[in-house]
Design a binder for this molecule. Sequence first.
Ligand SMILES: Nc1nc2c(c(=O)[nH]1)N[C@H]1C(S)=C(S)[C@@H](COP(=O)(O)OP(=O)(O)OC[C@H]3O[C@@H](n4cnc5c(=O)[nH]c(N)nc54)[C@H](O)[C@@H]3O)O[C@H]1N2
Ligand SMILES: Nc1nc2c(c(=O)[nH]1)N[C@H]1C(S)=C(S)[C@@H](COP(=O)(O)OP(=O)(O)OC[C@H]3O[C@@H](n4cnc5c(=O)[nH]c(N)nc54)[C@H](O)[C@@H]3O)O[C@H]1N2
Ligand code: SF4
Ligand SMILES: [Mo]
Length: 746
Amino acid sequence: MSETHPSICRFCPAHCGVLVTVEDGAVTKVTGDPDNPLYLGYSCPKGRALPEQHANPLRLLHSQKRGEDGAHRAIASDRAMDEVAAALSDIIERHGPRSVALYVGTNSLPYAPAPGLANAWLRAVGSPMFFTSNTIDQPGKQIAAALHGAWQAGEQDFRTADTWLLVGLNPVISKSAGVPNQNPAQRLKDAVGRGMKLIVVDPRRSETSKRAHIHLQPRPGEDPTLLAGLLHVIIAEELYDHDFTDVNVEGFAELSEAVRPFTPEYVARRADVPREQLVEAARVFGKAARGGCSLGTGPNFAPHGNLSEYLSLCLNSICGRWSRAGDPVLRANVMLPPFTAKAQPHAPYRAWGKGEKLRVRGLTDTAAGLPTAALADEILLPGEGQVKALLCLGGNPMMAWPDQRKAFAALQELELLVSIDIEMSATARLAHYVIAPKLTLETPGMTLPAEMLKYFGHSIGHSKPYAQYADKAVDPPAGSDLVEEWEFFYGLSQRMELTPQLVGFYGWGRHIESPPRLIPLDMENKPSSEDLHAALCEGSRIPLDEVKQHPHGHIFEEVAPRVEPRDPDCEVRFAAGHPDMLRELDEVHREDYASAWGDARRPFRLIPRRHNDFLNSSGRSIAKLSARRPHNPAFLHPDDLNELGLESGDAVRIHSAHDSIPALVESDATLRRGLVSMTHAFGGLPTEEDEARFREIGSNTGRLVSSEAEYDSITGIPRMGAIPVALERLREGEGEGEGEGEGDGG
Ligand SMILES: Nc1nc2c(c(=O)[nH]1)N[C@H]1C(S)=C(S)[C@@H](COP(=O)(O)OP(=O)(O)OC[C@H]3O[C@@H](n4cnc5c(=O)[nH]c(N)nc54)[C@H](O)[C@@H]3O)O[C@H]1N2
Ligand SMILES: Nc1nc2c(c(=O)[nH]1)N[C@H]1C(S)=C(S)[C@@H](COP(=O)(O)OP(=O)(O)OC[C@H]3O[C@@H](n4cnc5c(=O)[nH]c(N)nc54)[C@H](O)[C@@H]3O)O[C@H]1N2
Ligand code: SF4
Ligand SMILES: [Mo]
């Protein structure tokens, strides 16, 4: 028997509305849902591979326990919870609650109750050690918002904007920010078709920049310089919004002074872009009536990510690029509680130096969360507070954490490592217990987590008052023993006799309109997944029952509120002259960029890129997605390959100052010269056996990153982009195990 259900794809944060075909209890087909009013039938290869993901022969159908011999064997999920709870209680007794840490990765987002219950469990344990992938992603967004202030009504609408400036992101592939993430390629085509002038800053001619009116292709990592240059021109030519700035911005004079040295000549020379193009970009952005500037992982992985994000907010603010009184509220709360957005800022708030202090590098809790790049150090460093147990929820430290070799040492040092994962990921291979969860189409889903994304930064998330709820479409495979993520933390709480309170709307969206709601849980009678979804939606603007009336999703236009005017007595203003940020800008100006760019020892820069068929490390095990190219090539400009005497398919060893990895090169004429562009989250463990397989599984770029040589002093994010590297040719059969643990000596 075949039936079709409307549902939500949760493979990536775009949360597209899809149609799921179920035959004989198994998912056989997933397509875009033409009746979905927001996504209009769109889907991507990852979403269409949901049947293969659910039926993946490599998927775990039983939790696993590692034996004395190092091999993993199936264990009943109840038994696994008993043993993990006992081990944790023992560790807490011996080492205190801080010795237990939780790491939440990207694949917690699909399961609305999961991160909130995991966080609640950790709070009940009494440990502050809550880490997420956010601080190895774009933490500059939340730091900048804290220092500068966030606009209550959000940015202007892309669909009516005259210009948009995208710096170091590629939303056509990543569905990340800037361009609305519902079929971004089409949204971009529509916008450019009606005359929007798109400006893209990317060292690569990306899928997104193909539609650009102006594409600046600078040296990577020069984003602070470039943004300061745009501000310089806009201020010098008086293209900013005087009225808006007068009312809403403080520190304009200090900002003007700070960007004064960033003349077009200086910026053009330093970032290596044509001067006229830079000035033209500033004029287009400054003269437009409506628009916005959004940043992505490019500038956030390069040094000075906070500063780049801060300058982009200043650029938006002095140009008045925020929704005005009378505009429809762009990201109105639907499954979140009602909120009246006014045309005024939330006041700046504390960005760091609060909460838990880490024992290394002077790091503290921040507006972006605890610095994940230092978690490996917290595991390795002996002494009071040392982390002995780590639980990973939907994350893969061995693929994603910077400084892979250090992460490897740390995870092996743990007394207890638990990974909640659908497969034997690189991290799971090291885990004492691997908890096998249900998959998205086997659980209810809703768009509340995607709605939350707007709190993470500029122009992210749904751009209409949209919501969808989907019941589970199928049961888990017969004979499997799977628990939902939240059930695991509920089960631990029961066994450890804790009374956690479910954290509504998550614990880490820091400038949210109301503090996270704590929802008491019945620890006697286990709630259902549906109960918890309902509890999370209590008090929502649109009651969950009403959302459920629209199985294909619905745009609640009828309640779309308008932005209210600024309160007459409101004195809050954006801070455009934050002394710390302007000091950092001055440091940038004093950098010896010429020597840095002229360093012959490492003449190339390694930069990140994302792949349409994978979400970080997810999808690599699905044959339908990875069959064509299971490794991650090192892309170089054809002229660079020529000069190095290399051809596509040749093997090289890439050396950073910290470590080295083998890779296969591939020609890519969309790059500027002097770059190596490579996708992260590939390869295996930093062992000789895994490294020898680089031709099949690729290599892990995180191994080239040092977590302590160069890092942001607030969020601890190391230099993960614009990494100086050198290339060395490998001959057939070479590359196995060379360069173990050492850099290139330079
Ligand atoms: N060098 C370098 N490092 C990077 C980046 C980079 O570009 N370059 N990117 C950074 C960024 S932006 C991020 S967000 C982080 C990502 O960091 P992580 O979130 O730690 O890494 P992922 O690879 O996304 O890990 C997802 C894990 O979830 C598992 N999974 C998939 N589906 C499910 C599910 O339904 N349930 C559960 N429980 N698990 C599931 C996958 O098998 C995988 O092991 O990496 C960061 N690290
Ligand atoms: N298909 C797919 N979608 C994804 C993901 C995925 O892995 N695959 N990952 C998800 C996650 S976790 C995240 S955080 C988002 C990220 O989403 P994005 O930030 O859009 O990430 P990318 O697509 O890698 O785009 C980064 C762009 O920055 C450019 N760049 C590199 N270095 C620099 C630099 O120094 N300066 C500038 N200006 N540009 C630079 C690169 O050439 C690239 O085009 O995507 C999400 N969506
Ligand atoms: S864009 Fe994301 S949510 Fe949409 S179909 Fe692709 S993977 Fe699924
Ligand atoms: Mo990310």
